[in-house]
Design a protein around this ligand. Sequence first.
Ligand code: NAP
Length: 288
Amino acid sequence: MIISGKELSARLKAEMAEQVAAFPEKYGRVPHLVVILVGDDPASVSYVTGKAKASEVVGIRNTTIRKPETITEEELLSLIGQLNGDDTVDGILVQLPLPRHISEAKVIETISKEKDVDGFHPLNVAALWQKQPCTVACTPKGIIKLLKAAGVTIQGKRAVVIGRSNIVGLPVSKLLLDENATVTVAHSRTVNLPELTRQADILVVAIGRPKFVTADMVSEGTVVIDVGVNRDPQTGKLCGDVDFAGVEPKAAVITPVPGGVGPMTICCLMENTIECFLRRMSDGLRQD
Ligand code: NAP
């Protein structure tokens, strides 16, 4: 079975649009997401455009602020500070990666935890690991939604995650653990990776290497989630970290690239923005 993140995200966005349509009457306005784009890297521009389009579908107000690559760290942090203090803003997202003269860690820390729709703030990350209420990073959250929508049982299964980044590998490992999978996290220093991946019931691949996972690395009946977004060096087309043509016949369930995890990431960004908005609204009501 090929799970389409495109279809699932379209369904979920339609549901969110209905929910958001009721907000003006209830709360006087709709959620407001501000996206900051520094420079004009084509991939970043396309991600930011996708986020604006999804906001339009869901009925979320989206403001995209474009800044030149020459913006100083101080100027960017000061802009974030202003947005933190702006009551009409519910979510702030700074599109990564940033130019080298700007510290991503400082930028992430400066966004108020309450407006951190990406779920990257250290306090949100800490809350995730302590099973406290928090904003969960969009890609890992989307992966769990895909698995559940495909009817995959996670509890008791052997999950292998390849990649240990802060934005995908580590948080998805924690979410799978919270769903009672037995989780192994592999990385570039893992010895005999194919032996490990062949033991997986659920294999999540987030490494950023085109078609890295081949058919011989996967057992029959495995659930394969491909997070990678790469250019195929031969064709120049988008491809994942998994050799889809080779692995698909063996997989019980597999996500395509494009149209798998990617759309779910944006869908979860919409959900996180609504959650931040609702939390702020209920905090405001408590203070009144
Ligand atoms: P990252 O920060 O570069 O991390 C890559 C991870 O893969 C690292 O932990 C690295 O191990 C591991 N790795 C690299 N080469 C390996 C190898 N040969 N064998 C085993 N492990 C290896 O990447 P990321 O940000 O997590 O992103 C991973 C991929 O997902 C990229 O293609 C990215 O574009 C894509 N992505 C997609 C979405 C989406 O919404 N679809 C969202 C985010 C990311 P070490 O830690 O040992 O270096």
